[in-house]
Ligand binder design. Structure first.
Ligand code: ZN
Ligand code: ZN
Length: 139
């Protein structure tokens, strides 16, 4: 993933490009696990303004560029969506893996999600599969 891809992503989603937003996307692309607000703040050099960071995370989530990942506590963590996701064709139908040792959350594309039986009277819009165990770094 390179800078051209990031600029394209911002352009396609009609998000104003700022040095910070580009840096933020770079951080997400270079991190394989979900990042909390605090994690993001620690990795960013172009701004430390809370409102700016929150606003960018909100816009990116709304546009489907990043998504919330399951977590062991109440802290929101975000990860970048696989390339197939976009505002229109939003999928997010991948599993997540939470490491019980380092508590990182990873997006796992390799696992095919099980097809669920229909539940009478309910319309299922999404399902989540969260796996727990030891990540490659902690095994
Ligand atoms: Zn781990
Ligand atoms: Zn994910």
């Amino acid at each position: 993933m390179n800078k051209e891809y990031i600029l394209e992503l911002l352009l396609t989603n009609k998000i104003r490009k700022t040095q910070f937003r580009i840096e933020l996307l770079e951080v997400f692309m270079n991190t394989k696990y979900g990042l909390s607000f605090k994690d993001v703040k620690e990795r960013i050099s172009s701004t430390q303004d809370k409102v700016t960071i929150y606003r960018a995370l909100t816009i990116f989530e709304k546009k489907g560029i990043i998504h919330k990942v399951p977590n062991t506590n109440d802290v929101s963590k975000y990860a970048i969506c696989p390339e197939a996701c976009s505002e229109k064709a939003h999928q997010h139908n991948h599993a997540h893996f939470i490491c019980t040792q380092c508590e990182k959350t990873f997006c796992v594309d390799e696992i095919e999600l099980p097809i669920l039986k229909k539940v009478k009277g309910y319309k299922i819009k999404r399902s989540n599969l969260t796996l727990e165990g030891d990540c490659p770094d902690c095994i």
